[in-house]
Design a protein around this ligand. Structure first.
Ligand SMILES: NC(=O)c1ccc[n+]([C@@H]2O[C@H](COP(=O)([O-])OP(=O)(O)OC[C@H]3O[C@@H](n4cnc5c(N)ncnc54)[C@H](O)[C@@H]3O)[C@@H](O)[C@H]2O)c1
Length: 398
């Protein structure tokens, strides 16, 4: 270990925690030194990926360790808010990488906003979709503007397999997850804010549980999570984004299909799901594709007044992901790229910005994480009530 080495402590080490361990093992100058994981079977698996880590007997014992340089929270959604507060109360602030969603109830938002303002170290909300190489590329091209101009519409279609089984089945109930539109869709609302470079003002949702988990029962209770939805976000200046979610669409060639459209043209990004779920009999899993389709500007007034819309032949690029990164998780390499950037932030904090030169910046703050949760909670309420929900005033104010 050198002064540069970052020592990590983990809160929870199930499926996603283990993905973080495998990816962190590829980031230079990092070591996982301590883990609090209450489930013995999960401890055994996690030990394989971090053989040098010590397993704490309790959260209090973990948080008492002063040799930890950064925390990674990969526990279930409904304990995130409380664990952030417990880390703060432990009194030796260290950078935190917090798995989404930041919290699950609207009442937690004010507490976490206060925490964000007073916590002395950086907090980064883990939003892996931003760091999937094809999506990172799509955002970069969209923001450069030469293909689309300013984005007017942005749609995200996610058609995939149902929720996986989790330790203790916590993800079967909205009280633990925040609801499907918080649990997984906070990723997409985060992308919408990022691509549109603005906060939405209103949300409309329509969703239901038509197919999945209907015959399951946990201690006599039936799961209550949506398995399909449409959600529309209104953005300032007449722009909009839409989510089309279906979780009984196994075998879809692409798990996510994103489209950005502006006055000049259209960008499409197609991202395959995890290779481990791609049927072997269909051969190699699809590679992510980014397609740009720009209209000709014809005539002195440009294409808008032209009677026909002419299009330049679409240009597509395949975006392969390093097979080693694909093998380390289910998220197209994004967990690795996110860890590289978080490590830069944590190291700058450890060494002091002056030693690092320019301090690395948190790219997804706790405030960003909370806004994604609020949009998801408001979308859930809209789907329940059939009423459009304001995001500029009331309990869901961003
Ligand atoms: N960003 C993504 O794409 C992505 C993907 C999957 C999961 N996640 C997030 O990662 C987190 C973990 O999800 P998962 O899929 O690994 O679930 P999981 O059930 O596989 O793992 C959660 C682990 O936390 C442990 N745990 C339970 N209570 C705990 C507590 N109070 N403190 C510490 N650990 C506790 C459980 O024993 C389990 O091992 C969730 O917040 C989830 O939303 C994110």
């Amino acid at each position: 270990m050198t002064e540069q080495t970052l020592r990590y402590g983990f809160l929870g080490c199930g499926m996603m925690g283990q993905e973080h361990l495998r990816n962190l093992a590829m980031v230079p100058d990092t070591q996982v030194v301590a883990i609090w994981e209450p489930n013995a079977a999960m401890r055994d698996v996690a030990r394989q990926f971090a053989p040098q880590a010590e397993f704490a007997d309790s959260l209090a014992a973990l948080l008492a360790r002063k040799d930890v340089d950064a925390w990674v929270i990969t526990s279930p959604n409904h304990v995130h808010a409380e664990q952030l507060l417990q880390i703060k109360a432990a009194g030796h602030p260290r950078p935190i990488l917090l798995e989404k969603p930041a919290c699950t109830h609207v009442q937690d938002v004010a507490k976490l906003r206060a925490l964000a303002a007073s916590y002395a170290a950086p907090i980064w909300t883990a939003m892996e979709y931003r760091y999937m190489p094809p999506i990172t590329k799509m955002i970069e091209v969209a923001h450069r503007g030469e293909i689309t101009g300013e984005a007017v519409m942005f749609s995200v279609r996610e058609h995939r397999y149902p929720f996986l089984t989790k330790v203790g089945d916590w993800n079967r109930f909205a009280r633990n997850t925040g609801g499907t539109l918080v649990e997984k869709c906070c990723h997409f609302f985060d992308l919408m804010r990022l691509v549109m470079r603005d906060d939405p003002v209103r949300v409309y949702g329509s969703g239901g549980q038509n197919h999945n988990h209907l015959n399951e029962s946990y201690a006599g209770q039936a799961p209550d999570i949506l398995d399909n939805a449409y959600v529309v976000l209104d953005f300032p200046r007449g722009r909009r984004a839409m989510l089309d979610l279906c979780m009984f669409a196994e075998g879809a060639r692409y798990q996510e299909e994103l489209a950005v459209v502006g006055p000049l043209g259209k960008l499409e990004c197609k991202v395959p799901g995890p290779g481990r779920f791609w049927p072997k009999e269909l051969g190699d899993a699809p590679i992510a594709v980014l397609t740009a389709n720009q209209r000709h500007k014809t005539g002195p007034e440009g294409w808008t007044n032209h009677p026909r819309i002419e299009a330049v032949a679409p240009q597509s690029i395949d975006i392969p992901v390093d097979p080693q990164l694909l093998a380390a998780g289910d998220h197209n390499g994004s967990t690795f790229y996110q860890h590289q950037k978080f490590a830069d932030v944590a190291r700058a904090y450890k060494l002091g910005a002056s030693k690092q030169g320019t301090a690395a910046q948190v790219e997804v703050s706790l405030s960003d994480g909370l806004k994604a949760v609020l949009i998801g909670l408001a979308a859930e309420e809209s789907a329940r009530t059939g009423v459009a929900i304001s995001l500029v005033d009331g309990v869901y104010k961003l």
